[in-house]
Ligand binder design. Structure first.
Ligand code: GLN
Length: 544
């Protein structure tokens, strides 16, 4: 049976709990264990799908079509284990299930309560689909002391009792702030946070202490004494230059050793960390740099494009170059041409990422025109592919009113609502004005690539599967008109109905994809499209 590692956070949010979980899982994997990581989100949304990226950052999509927390992206990037719907649950989803059961009469007249009904549902979720795994890491979102997270803490407390002490441990991530005026690190917030946790019946076995300065031995001993944790199990966690250094850093501080020790396991061999050393080596010793413009909408908040940011870094790892990402607000380009040239001329390549809504669309179209006319490598993802088609229709094919129905009624719907498509469960149908939550074309779908296309040579295959998250689709009725302008439809859904990829054979590198390749890229397995795009940027900057 799998062993469970429950991870909580204290003092403040944004301590890098998700990265800690991902790194710990990677370290256990490097010791030969089979791992899976899960995230419990205490908020009431059923999933983050309808939340603004400003509220919640990126929505990470799994192969099985779940819209999940962005931490699942870290989990997948660090372990290579494909995340699933069963790896992320919110209070909203738990309550939705319970209320549906209550309405059906499944509780046979019982009063439905937080304990045991909500806590049991949480426990079932933690335990489901864990056969064959050595370790399941469960990260509880939020901070200890939040009202919303109480049922989750209660559920993990019960699980320790149910499964036994040798099957479960608690890791608590806290902050040890530095008070500049006193020149000291302060342990009191950690003491209080652990006190709060123990009041709920959870005694941490390992404490991960985020700090900006090295933790002196005296402070470490103090935390150990006050928090009832072995001194060696008080793990200091200093800021790292790159997130990909974090696993090596935690290993150096003994995190994986202490976690195994808490389970009563004494490891006989060191973990195989070659993959992480190689990544860090490539990141710290690049042989040049490239400038990439990302012309988008949510540029003020980089969490909104988390996976994209990482996939570009992976493209740099593949080519051993540093990737400078320049986030540019598309609306800047809606004022006049001069601005575009000054901003984009210094760039080696341009990318327009996924987006929803009309704001900034015109500026993106201007950036795409610049890339096309000036032969600058262009990568359009989802919305960025749709806008590449609108750009070609308006500026090349002379279809003046070319637009997307996402922006309102139009006589020339180059991009339109997808009302029908073939899914795993048969034909999927949608109507304008339907529910917004969970109703997009979501998750992994196959595409067929044209044999002589640029993309099939990049992938080295004519059959691909990529993750999708969209409600609109390029209208295949305009295919001939666009292909006459050199924008070739080189990837289609297997039934030939939905355009998946467009490219320009007469351009150094111009690819638009309807899916999100960034979701499957890993530092040790960079996505071929990102590796190829960064290589094109290197050619553009004459690095190769
Ligand atoms: N808004 C567009 C659609 O729904 C694009 C979505 C995206 O870029 N993820 O199709």
């Amino acid at each position: 049976m799998a062993r469970f590692i429950f991870i909580t956070g204290g003092v403040v949010s944004s301590l890098g709990k998700g990265l800690m979980a991902a790194s710990l899982a990677a370290l256990l994997q490097a010791r030969g264990y089979k791992v899976r990581i899960r995230k419990f989100d205490p908020y009431l949304n059923v999933d983050p799908g309808t939340m603004s990226p400003y509220q919640h950052g990126e929505v990470y999509v799994t192969d099985d079509g779940a819209e999940t927390d962005l931490d699942l992206g870290h989990y997948e990037r660090f372990t290579g284990v494909a995340a699933r719907q069963s790896d992320n649950v919110t209070s909203g989803r738990i309550y939705q299930g319970i209320i549906a059961k209550e309405r059906r009469g499944d509780y046979l007249g019982a009063t439905v309560q937080v304990i045991p009904h909500v806590t049991n549902a949480i426990k079932e979720f933690a335990l489901a689909e864990t056969d064959g795994l050595d370790f399941v890491l469960c990260e509880i979102g939020g901070t200890v002391g939040d009202i919303e997270s109480l049922p989750f803490i209660e559920a993990i407390r019960q699980l320790r009792n149910d499964l036994g002490r040798d099957q479960t441990i608690f890791v608590h991530v806290t902050l040890v702030p530095y008070i500049a005026a006193a020149g000291e690190l302060k342990t009191k917030p950690t003491q209080h946070s652990v006190k709060e946790l123990t009041a709920l019946g959870v005694q941490p076995d390992v404490l991960v202490c985020r700090c900006e300065h090295p933790l002196p031995e005296g402070e470490r001993a103090k935390i150990a004494a006050f928090c009832n944790v072995r001194k060696e199990a008080v793990i200091p966690a200093l800021d790292a230059k790159s997130i990909y250094e974090v696993p090596l850093q935690y290993h150096g501080e003994g995190l994986d050793f202490e976690v195994l020790r808490a389970f009563g396991i004494t490891p006989s061999l060191a973990p195989d960390l070659r993959r992480w050393h190689d990544i860090v080596d490539r990141l710290t010793n690049p042989e040049g740099e490239v400038n990439i413009a990302v012309v988008g909408k949510y540029v003020g908040l980089q969490d909104a494009y988390k996976s994209l940011n990482e996939a570009l870094v992976h493209g740099g790892i593949a080519n051993r170059v540093k990737v400078n990402i320049n986030w540019i607000d598309a609306e800047l380009f809606e004022g006049g041409d001069a601005d575009i040239a000054t901003k984009l001329e210094p760039m080696d390549a341009i990318l327009v990422p996924g987006a929803f809504g009309e704001r900034g669309a015109q500026g993106k179209i201007e950036a795409i025109r610049f890339a096309r006319e000036r032969n600058v490598p262009y990568f359009g993802i989802c919305f960025g592919m749709q806008m590449a088609c609108v750009e070609a229709a308006r500026n090349q094919a002379g279809i003046a009113g070319a637009s997307s129905t996402e922006f309102g009624d139009t006589k020339e719907p180059i991009v339109g609502l997808i009302t029908e498509w073939m899914g795993e469960e048969g034909i999927q149908k949608r109507e304008a004005g339907g529910d917004l939550g969970g109703t997009m074309r979501l998750g992994a779908y196959d595409a067929k690539l044209a044999g002589n296309s640029h993309v099939s040579s990049i992938y080295g295959s004519k059959d691909i599967s990529e993750r999708h998250r969209h409600r609109y689709e390029v209208n295949v009725g305009y295919r001939d008109a666009l292909e006459r302008q050199g924008l070739v439809f080189s990837g289609m859904s297997p039934d030939g109905e939905l355009p998946e990829i467009v490219e320009r054979p007469d351009h150094p590198w111009f690819v638009g994809v309807q899916f999100h390749p960034e979701l499957k890229s890993k530092p040790f397995d960079p996505h071929p499209l990102f590796a190829s795009f960064i290589e094109a940027a290197m050619k553009q900057s004459r690095l190769v």
